[in-house]
Design a binder for this molecule. Structure first.
Ligand code: MRU
Length: 354
């Protein structure tokens, strides 16, 4: 991979996999950052065993990093989109719009990617410097707003559930899905700092294991007691009364409150409704897409069959067997107790998003 060619291996030693100093909110290393003429990312395909920083100097390198999930998670994709336009301005000033279209098309489901591209591109008539400044503003905004979102979500949970809150989460909506801090994990992190967090169950998140690899790594670094369960055990964790809330992120929230998130989220919402515990979605306003009427209208990414049919390059299923590898699913609004953003809490059963 192009991203890998520029990779700088910071550490390969497994005994440093719980070192989270880089995730201090004022710390030196962010999930994604801008260095004047290039994008730097933590290569998430290598976590938790290797903490590798990749430098992306061209739009093609950035697109490869997005499609391989070296950089992933809706808010981080929004920042990647904006910084991709900044890279285009510097490397292909005559073709900025075409290059921006490549970035926008790299993944379809998280609305943040197109939102980030469009926000930076809108400044193009003012010149390249304005585009770069806007892209950096997208980056800084994300870092700032996640803290507000975390505090708001922690308030809501302490009010409705009472502390300490035991919670189940899915995929990774942590610092590694954003610039820093996190959305769903940001809420849990804010709770933790207040002494209001109990135990966290993290779904492993098939097939790319964002939960077992990345969320568990973040929780370990934060000192949060946690347990990984297979995705199909999540509903039983809820039914067995082990958690008081489900807290997840989102890739797109439709105008009617339907929530699109990592495949495997919907069964958690069904189980939460049956058990009478709140299903809470934590996401920035940039994930709310009023132009999408409902979840059915969202382009759900279907990824390569090999992610499901094989394991580490080795075939598991019979040679003739096919796979349907949905990357996301839709949770209907009526199952969502609260959508927490940096600006508000919407309870879809009783309020609209507009
Ligand atoms: O395929 P991914 O890893 O990019 O999917 C990420 C998720 O589904 C997250 O839950 C979502 O983007 C919210 S991240 C704050």
């Amino acid at each position: 991979h192009a991203a890998r060619d520029h990779a700088r291996v910071l550490t390969r030693t497994p005994d440093r996999t719980h070192d989270h100093r880089q995730f201090r909110h004022d710390g030196p290393m962010r999930t994604i950052d801008w260095r004047g003429d290039r994008v730097v990312i933590i290569d998430q395909t290598r976590l938790p065993h290797d903490l590798v920083v990749a430098e992306l100097r061209t739009v093609d390198e950035l697109v490869a990093a997005i499609t391989s999930l070296a950089v992933r998670g809706a808010p981080a994709l929004g920042v990647a989109g904006a910084l991709g336009v900044a890279l285009a301005v510097l490397t292909a000033p005559d073709r900025v719009e075409e290059e921006a279209a490549k970035v926008r098309a790299a993944r379809p489901t998280a609305v943040n990617l197109a939102w980030g591209v469009d926000r930076a591109l809108a400044r193009l008539p003012e010149g390249g410097a304005a585009v770069v400044a806007e892209a950096v503003a997208v980056l800084e905004d994300d870092a700032r707003l996640n803290r507000a979102l975390g505090e708001r979500g922690a308030d809501w949970l302490l009010d409705r559930v009472g502390g300490p809150v035991d919670a189940l989460t899915h995929c990774n909506a942590g610092a590694l899905a954003c610039v820093e801090w996190g959305t769903a994990l940001g809420v849990l992190r804010s709770l933790h700092l207040r002494g209001g967090l109990g135990h966290v169950y993290a779904d492993e998140t098939r097939p790319l294991l964002q939960g077992a690899r990345i969320t568990a790594w973040e929780l370990a670094g934060l000192g949060v007691p946690h347990t990984v369960v297979v995705d199909s055990a999540g509903p039983s964790v809820i039914a067995n009364g082990l958690v008081g809330a489900v807290v997840v992120g989102a890739d797109r929230i439709a105008a009617n409150g339907d929530v699109v998130n990592k495949v495997g989220t919907y069964p958690l919402a069904l189980a939460a409704a049956r058990a009478g515990i709140p299903f809470v979605v934590a996401a920035p306003e940039s994930t709310v897409d009023l132009g999408t009427p409902d979840g059915r209208s969202v382009d759900i990414e279907v990824r390569d069959e090999d992610e499901v049919l094989g394991w580490r390059g080795e075939r598991i299923a019979p040679a003739a067997t096919r796979a349907l590898n949905y990357a996301f699913d839709v949770t209907p609004a009526d199952l969502v107790a609260a959508i927490v953003t940096e600006a508000r809490v919407v309870e879809p059963a009783s309020g609209s998003l507009s």
